[in-house]
Design a binder for this molecule. Structure first.
Ligand code: PAN
Ligand code: ZN
Length: 204
């Protein structure tokens, strides 16, 4: 059968999405035919506010923190890319395991997040105003990340947080901005609940 040609060719991204979810391996975060990117604790240097807790954890081992299986059906203007993210549960100090976070290189590019499993948050920071908010990310919840917004995904639960992010193929990922300035706020656990706090300068 030739699924990807003829009148149904425009359905290819949709078929890929169905394929993506049906071949998802919940133990590894892998999706067959997708490029899997893995981030370990050592890849998140400078992200966590508690530098001594980070060093202490890294001295013991360098665990996997998250992975993203990326599907890129096309890269022309108008095409979409999507990634299946999986963040493991855990904390460094009181701060939850999370992604590096980024802004899109094409600043106006927005993103659609959809929760599939586990419990977490999106930390959103407006690049123009610095205004920060956290939005719950749970199974069957959608979160719209507007353009010009740095975003980081955080696992606040005890299970892997699994989600889909869909974004313009032309968006690009700018990690430099976050590596230089970091997010202005952190999310830590207090009495079992997530709390948004300004980043403490002394530990940054
Ligand atoms: C997501 C992210 C994913 C991993 O697919 O790429 O959550 O986070 P980092 O890219 O910050 O490591 C997305 O926002 N794509 O644009
Ligand atoms: Zn993004």
């Amino acid at each position: 059968m030739r699924h990807h040609e003829g009148p149904g060719a425009h359905l290819k991204p949709m078929l890929d999405l169905a394929n993506l979810l049906s071949t998802y391996n919940s133990d590894t975060g892998e999706v067959s035919s997708a490029r899997l990117q893995e981030r370990h604790l050592s890849d998140l240097r400078g992200c966590f506010a508690d530098a001594s807790a980070y060093q202490a954890a890294l001295a013991v081992k360098d665990p996997l923190i998250y992975s993203v299986a990326a599907i890129e059906p096309g890269s022309a203007a108008g095409d979409l890319h999507y990634g299946l993210g999986r963040i493991l549960p855990g904390k460094i100090g009181q701060e939850y395991f999370m992604t590096k976070g980024h802004a899109h290189a094409q600043r106006s590019a927005a993103e659609f997040y959809f929760g599939l499993a586990g419990e977490g948050l999106l930390l959103l920071e407006d690049l123009a105003t610095g205004e920060t908010r956290i939005v719950p990310l749970r199974p069957s919840h959608a979160v719209y990340v507007p353009g010009n917004t740095a975003h980081r995904t955080i696992n606040t639960g005890r299970q892997p947080l699994v989600y889909l992010g869909v974004y313009p193929a032309t968006a690009g990922h700018d990690y430099e901005l976050i590596a230089r300035k970091n997010f202005r706020h952190i999310v830590t656990e207090h009495n079992g609940q997530p709390r948004l706090l300004p980043r403490p300068n002394s530990l940054a």
